[in-house]
Design a protein around this ligand. Structure first.
Ligand code: PHB
Ligand code: FE
Length: 335
């Protein structure tokens, strides 16, 4: 384990003389980008040099979410090979460890880092590798190219903070409603969504307790994709709606059950075994459908046009350990 003073230290090269990007190192992993690709290098268990290549846009979109979501619940697979596993105080970084073929071949590597150390490296890498033209949170049709030699930066986009209500959107001292004035115009796909707010008639003294807002209107004004925000929080029950377009930039491996409610349009999901990647199911969700993702799966969604999805999370900090001990089920319901 690193000494505390070392944790924030990011190991990076000078900028490449032609491409302009810096290389990064974290533990035994090396990261390098060129005009089109991110390259990850490590050594297999027997010392053989290993490498993995990802499209630079795909890599940066996944990296953006991993950072913004604080390494999320469980696994954030950037693709079938590379990703992170959140232990909530530390994070595993791996290549091939949840890929059945690679573990069988013995070419996988997994290393554990204090959360602050991996976060510091990822933040600097994302800032360095994201050009001025590219917003990793935006739908591909709503942003410029991630490719080419280093050309400026977009720290305004890469340092966006997640929108998290503490009780409910629109309550006093809580997350505000979105509006044109707050820099959140209605998205091109949602111009038909009514924007009226519900009428509220609380008894005197209950103005901070009785509440409602137009969730469809709120979502129609989301400026980003695949980025659940908290709109209501009741103990560990988090309502995390989000607008989706193109594909979920990560393959999420669950350490708990999570629920999906398709609020409009449709999303197609690929579901697989979270440990090996072996395909398990296709789930086609249309407006009004609900589904639950069991704790043993990983999943990636495809949204052909911008859609609204409500993700319902159980944020209990002890749940993952209760599931490991067999005290809580891996599935939402048993028939
Ligand atoms: C998920 O992994 O379940 C997930 C993540 C982000 C989204 C939607 C779903 O926007
Ligand atoms: Fe998920």
């Amino acid at each position: 384990m690193n000494a505390p003073a070392e944790i924030h230290k990011v190991i990076a090269s000078l900028p490449h003389s032609v491409l302009g990007y810096r290389d990064f190192a974290l533990g035994s992993f090396r990261f390098r980008r060129d005009e089109y690709f991110a390259h990850i290098e490590w050594a297999a268990r027997d010392g053989r040099p290993m490498s993995h290549t990802m499209d630079a846009g795909d890599f940066l979109r996944a990296m953006m979410r991993d950072i913004a979501w604080g390494f999320f619940y469980g696994w954030v697979n950037f693709d079938d090979v590379f990703g992170t596993l959140n232990h909530y105080k530390s994070v595993d970084l791996y290549a091939g460890s949840y890929n059945g073929t690679m573990t069988e071949a013995g070419v996988d590597l997994k290393e554990n880092f204090p959360t602050e150390q991996i976060r510091a490296t990822f933040v600097e890498l994302l800032d360095d590798w994201t050009n001025a033209s590219f917003d990793p949170f935006a739908a591909p049709q709503e942003t410029g190219s991630p490719y080419g030699r280093k050309n400026g930066s977009n720290t305004e986009a890469t340092h966006r903070v997640r929108e998290l209500a503490t009780r409910c959107v629109g309550l006093r001292d809580d997350l505000s409603l979105r509006s044109d004035a707050s820099g959140a115009p209605v998205n091109r796909a949602f111009v038909d969504v009514p924007q009226e707010q519900p009428e509220l008639h609380p008894e005197p003294g209950f103005e901070d307790e009785v509440h409602a807002f137009n969730l469809f209107g709120f979502l129609s004004r989301s400026q980003v994709t695949w980025n659940p925000s908290f709109t209501s929080v009741v103990k560990h029950s988090y309502m995390c709606p989000t607008t989706e377009e193109h594909k979920l930039p990560i393959i999420h491996g669950n350490d708990r059950v999570e629920w999906f409610f398709q609020m409009c349009d449709e999303i197609h999901w690929d579901c697989a075994d979270k440990n090996t990647g072996k395909p398990l199911a296709r789930v086609i969700m249309k407006a009004g459908d609900m589904a639950a993702m069991p704790a043993y799966c990983r999943h990636q969604g495809y949204s052909p046009k911008r859609s609204m999805l409500l993700v319902w999370e159980n944020g209990s900090p002890s749940l993952v350990y209760e599931i490991q001990q067999g005290e809580s089920p891996e599935v939402p319901v048993q028939f």
